[in-house]
Design a binder for this molecule. Structure first.
Ligand SMILES: Cc1cc2nc3c(=O)[nH]c(=O)nc-3n(C[C@H](O)[C@H](O)[C@H](O)COP(=O)(O)OP(=O)(O)OC[C@H]3O[C@@H](n4cnc5c(N)ncnc54)[C@H](O)[C@@H]3O)c2cc1C
Length: 365
């Protein structure tokens, strides 16, 4: 059976795409997965562990299996013989534990046959050729989904070379005095972590953090909301994506109470710049844009792909229009797919790109 499909990348988006293809009837022998880690949770697991994340940011539907049902709440209720996850999910208040999510990801990996298709390789070049795409000279593959994740961690330039610096998404313990740079979810988590470890915490921020439940509002996950996003001009679309990328964390007592208590004890304060703290934690997210990823940058330059600012311009189904037709597909998933789906860097986003990819693959069966 010839390999028709390839996935480049080995994270959660790649696993979601693989599980979707398998559910759609594509055999392991028809799919090649090129990635750096045989375990698709490796990157995610390390980052979540670094910020001591206990519960998922997403809810019951933030799972990697191809069909929507059952979600993680139903699975937990059945496993534990406890209806409480079901009550919580009705009110959108069920955030699965990280341990449950990782066990679920392992199960999807095992059940889907991922390991039979996996090849350890950091891909340097994806190139359109007759019959599809060559991947570092292998192929051609008619349908390729590229899901390389973020192109590395972002650090403020002015802290370059400072030996006190660690990124929030790298493994670390907490010193006695800790400055946390940033104002998003990772920063808020680190304020609490460092306080719980007994540290004195200084929050370094240029502006007040935005307080909102999700980075991307719910309407942008719906057909209607997406239709108006896709109908907007390039300038409007880029403006919205920039606005959505502003750091934020949820507005609730759960986040505020520990900070207020620590401020009263003199253990939490806000400053504009890093002063004499023993440790500086950069909760400053990831580098941004296709140009920071050599694989995507090469693809854009080689094929003169249309871009807008730091985004690759995509069709609504997350495919690259210049390189996709009735015979072949080039799809981008994960953060690289934001032009098609604002919440591309979530599990819901991974599934959006995966399902559209499967529709393309099936079209040429
Ligand atoms: C701490 C944290 C918590 C989060 N919690 C949630 C949550 O609860 N719910 C949710 O929906 N989202 C959550 N997210 C968002 C989440 O990161 C994404 O949903 C998901 O990790 C993105 O998966 P990905 O496959 O795009 O990227 P990654 O998981 O980073 O995987 C990319 C993979 O591709 C490999 N790769 C890169 N370049 C190449 C190449 N050239 N060749 C081959 N392989 C390559 C990488 O090494 C890596 O293995 C969270 C993010 C973080 C950082």
């Amino acid at each position: 059976m010839p390999e028709r499909c390839a996935i480049v990348g080995s994270g959660l988006a790649a696993l979601a795409a693989y599980a979707t293809l398998r559910h759609g009837g594509v055999e392991p022998a028809e799919i090649a997965v090129f990635g750096t880690d045989a375990d698709p949770t490796t990157e995610w697991r390390a980052r979540a562990a670094a910020i001591r994340q206990q519960r998922m940011r997403s809810e019951s539907d933030g799972h990697l299996a191809a069909p929507s049902f059952p979600g993680l709440a139903v699975r937990a209720a059945i496993r534990r013989r406890d209806p409480r996850p079901l009550f919580a999910t009705v009110a959108n208040r069920y955030n699965p534990t990280v341990a449950d999510f990782l066990a679920h990801a392992d199960e999807v990996r095992g059940r889907s046959g991922w390991d039979a298709s996996f090849r350890t390789r950091r891909v340097a070049r994806v190139e359109a050729v007759d019959g599809g795409f060559a991947i570092d000279g292998d192929g051609p593959f008619a349908h390729v989904l590229v899901a390389p994740g973020h192109p590395g961690l972002a650090f403020p330039q002015q802290l370059a070379g400072d030996p006190r610096v660690v990124h929030a998404y790298e493994h670390h313990e907490y010193a006695g005095t800790v400055a946390v740079v940033g104002a998003g979810m990772a920063a808020a988590t680190e304020w609490r972590n460092a306080l719980a470890a007994g540290a004195e915490v200084v929050s370094i921020r240029r502006r007040e953090p935005l307080r909102r439940p999700l980075n991307v509002p719910r309407p942008l996950f719906t057909k209607r909301g997406l239709a108006s996003f896709h109908a907007s001009s390039d300038i409007e679309r880029a403006g919205l994506l920039r606005e959505l990328s502003a750091p934020s964390y949820p507005a609730s007592r759960e986040w505020d109470a520990p900070l207020e208590a620590a401020a009263k004890e003199g253990r939490f304060r806000i400053e504009a710049s890093v002063n004499g703290a023993e440790q500086v934690i950069c909760a400053t997210g990831f580098r941004r844009g296709f140009a920071a990823d050599p694989l995507l940058d090469g693809l854009v330059r080689r094929h003169d792909l249309r871009v807008h600012e730091h985004w690759i311009v995509l069709a609504p189904d997350s495919t690259v229009p210049q390189l996709t037709d009735d015979t072949r597909t080039l799809s981008l998933a994960g953060v690289a797919g934001q032009w098609a789906f604002p919440a591309a860097d979530t599990i819901a986003g991974a599934k959006y790109a995966s399902r559209a990819f499967l529709r393309r693959v099936c079209r040429t069966r």
